[in-house]
Design a protein around this ligand. Structure first.
Ligand code: HEC
Ligand code: HEC
Ligand code: HEC
Ligand code: HEC
Ligand code: HEC
Ligand code: HEC
Ligand code: HEC
Ligand code: HEC
Ligand code: HEC
Ligand code: HEC
Length: 320
């Protein structure tokens, strides 16, 4: 049976029946009715003849992924990703010489160039969120589709919120450290993931999901969008002026503790330049009120913008 199929394959190849890459993917090889061998992908017999349950059981888990939906005419065969690999098919395991590599290898042992590897995937996946892949930071830094996606595993870790951060943080150590700090988005807990904020296939600044920091934040923190009667300029400009989205030691993801945070910008002669102390005497003058306890935010509670029109001279200062 095996030999018979090899002859058939050879005949098809040398007889010129296969004219271009992808013919197998389109039609698949002839497949006998009731064939015992469980072919996991469309038209994979040319490869699974050798890479079968005995030789590579873990590789066949690809059959459990979306790529294994054989009823879907758009799904790949082995050769869609690895190339026709004629030399490999004909010479692998024969003679004493080394096994010739496949056309497109994805492992350290037989690496094709980044472009060839990505090209194998983009042939089908250039659309959707990957439309600007070529301009993304990842692409420009030679990070490939398969640096993140494990296509042969039944479980592609990077697409599961719970396991995704582990994949990213093998390269992004700084974010790993930040996510471990006391104040962080619930990413380590698994209820959010890096891709809640990032489209790692895209070319937005910092590969964000939306085209600015604030638009990204507003997708969940809509109440901070405004417009408010009284806007606070840095808030409208960029949330990361005050917050580190990945994690901080201070509460509320703050980069610095008030009053110091505020005094990076507000430091002139009136009370904004005061340190957090209690006033020495009974007074209502803001110039000697100090910043009391929690500091500036005791009074300027609506720091992201306020809508109060009561006594608007002071309400304009983000007080209730
Ligand atoms: C005649 C048997 C045979 C056929 C047919 C065959 N292979 Fe292989 N393949 C092997 C052997 C033997 C190895 C070497 C295994 C090793 O070194 O561990 C191998 C290794 C590989 C590797 C790992 C090395 C590399 O070059 O990246 C890949 C990937 C691979 N085969 C894919 C395929 C694909 C895709 C097909 C179908 C187009 C195919 N094979 C058809 C026997 C075969
Ligand atoms: C969607 C693209 C894709 C398809 C389809 C595909 N492969 Fe792979 N293959 C890969 C990638 C990527 C790797 C690298 C390991 C990984 O990501 O899991 C790989 C790794 C391998 C390896 C192991 C190489 C090594 O040394 O570890 C073998 C063998 C292999 N593939 C054979 C096959 C066979 C046989 C088929 C058809 C049943 C197939 N592949 C279908 C993309 C694909
Ligand atoms: C021959 C076309 C083809 C090739 C080549 C191909 N894919 Fe796919 N892929 C598909 C189809 C069809 C689906 C089914 C889901 C869909 O409708 O998009 C799919 C699904 C996926 C999914 C899962 C999407 C989901 O909704 O679950 C991922 C991830 C993926 N492919 C990654 C890759 C990567 C990485 C490569 C290259 C190593 C690759 N694909 C190569 C056609 C292809
Ligand atoms: C830096 C890691 C990373 C790289 C590199 C990467 N991906 Fe993804 N991919 C992801 C993550 C994370 C998701 C899940 C996105 C989500 O949950 O919104 C995903 C989702 C997908 C999906 C399924 C959902 C969809 O958008 O249709 C496909 C298909 C896909 N990627 C293909 C590719 C291809 C093709 C490449 C290479 C051109 C690639 N990916 C490169 C991390 C990556
Ligand atoms: C194989 C290593 C690798 C993996 C895995 C990886 N990245 Fe990256 N990433 C890089 C490299 C290299 C850069 C270029 C900048 C740098 O050196 O940090 C980068 C840059 C970025 C940037 C900054 C983009 C910019 O334009 O400034 C973001 C955001 C990012 N990665 C998110 C992710 C996320 C989210 C994941 C997981 C879904 C991920 N990365 C997985 C290697 C990786
Ligand atoms: C709540 C939204 C959010 C989440 C979740 C998130 N990021 Fe980011 N990330 C951002 C924003 C906003 C920026 C750009 C501003 C900045 O550099 O602080 C950024 C920037 C980055 C950068 C570039 C940093 C630099 O110095 O240029 C990397 C790398 C990165 N993120 C990786 C990750 C990884 C990995 C994860 C998951 C562990 C993750 N991010 C989760 C919002 C997020
Ligand atoms: C995908 C939804 C989502 C996005 C996008 C998002 N956040 Fe959040 N954010 C959350 C969730 C969920 C919490 C946790 C709420 C809780 O723990 O009660 C949170 C909490 C916070 C907190 C309070 C943290 C603390 O210690 O209590 C701050 C500050 C914050 N986010 C800022 C941002 C900024 C800045 C951005 C944009 C870079 C952003 N968020 C984007 C969902 C999101
Ligand atoms: C001028 C500095 C500053 C900027 C800019 C800023 N914040 Fe804040 N944010 C704060 C401070 C201070 C707190 C703590 C408030 C408290 O202790 O009452 C906070 C708390 C939060 C919280 C948690 C408590 C709450 O009010 O829900 C979220 C969520 C938040 N900010 C989101 C954002 C988003 C989204 C942006 C961008 C649109 C942003 N912040 C921009 C200073 C800032
Ligand atoms: C990145 C710089 C920056 C930071 C940090 C910052 N602010 Fe502001 N703030 C501004 C700017 C710019 C204005 C607008 C000034 C103007 O209109 O004269 C403003 C306006 C204000 C006003 C209203 C002033 C007025 O005259 O109406 C108050 C009150 C205020 N900020 C309080 C705070 C507090 C409290 C903090 C700390 C939680 C803070 N700011 C952090 C830049 C900053
Ligand atoms: C006890 C309440 C209180 C505290 C604490 C407080 N403020 Fe104010 N702040 C006010 C009031 C009331 C006004 C408006 C009346 C005025 O200008 O005196 C104001 C006005 C401002 C203004 C605009 C006018 C000006 O004087 O420049 C800024 C900026 C400001 N505060 C920043 C801060 C900062 C920064 C802190 C923390 C170091 C802080 N405030 C602490 C009550 C307070």
């Amino acid at each position: 049976m095996r030999n018979w199929r090899r002859v058939l394959v050879a005949f098809a190849l040398f007889g010129g029946a296969l004219t271009g890459a992808g013919s197998w993917a389109a039609d698949g090889p002839p497949r006998a009715e009731g064939e015992a061998k469980g072919l996991v992908l469309r038209g994979d017999a040319r490869c699974t003849e050798c890479h079968d349950e005995v030789d590579a059981p873990e590789k066949l888990a690809i059959g459990k992924t979306r790529h294994g939906t054989v009823a879907d005419g758009r799904t790949p065969s082995c050769v869609s990703c690895h190339g026709e690999s004629e030399k490999h098919v004909n010479e692998a395991g024969r003679g004493s010489g080394p096994t010739p590599p496949v056309d497109v290898g994805f492992t350290a042992k037989n690496p094709a160039g980044a472009e060839a590897r990505n090209g194998a995937c983009l042939a089908c996946h250039q659309g959707s969120t990957r439309i600007f892949w070529q301009n993304s930071t990842h692409s420009r830094r030679d990070v490939t589709c398969t640096s993140c996606h494990k296509v042969h595993d039944g479980h592609d870790k990077v697409r599961d919120a719970a396991s995704q951060p582990e994949v990213c943080m093998t390269c992004h150590k700084e974010q790993r450290a930040q996510m471990a700090r006391p104040s962080h988005h619930p990413v380590p807990e698994g209820s959010m993931s890096c891709s809640s904020c990032h489209n790692v296939h895209g070319d937005n600044p910092s590969q964000l999901a939306k085209n600015s920091v604030n638009e990204t934040c507003f997708s969940c923190h809509a109440e901070k969008r405004g417009p408010f009667v009284h806007n606070h300029q840095p808030v409208s400009e960029d949330c990361t002026i005050c917050h580190n989205p990945h994690g901080t030691i201070l509460s509320n993801l703050l980069k610095a503790r008030p009053p110091y945070l505020c005094q990076e910008c507000h430091s002139h002669d009136s009370h904004p330049s005061q340190l957090a102390v209690l006033p020495g005497d009974r007074t209502t003058s803001t110039s000697v009120l100090g910043t009391v306890g929690r500091g500036c935010l005791n009074c300027h509670t609506n720091i992201h913008g306020g809508n109060s029109t009561v006594n608007s001279a002071t309400a304009g200062r983000f007080r209730r």
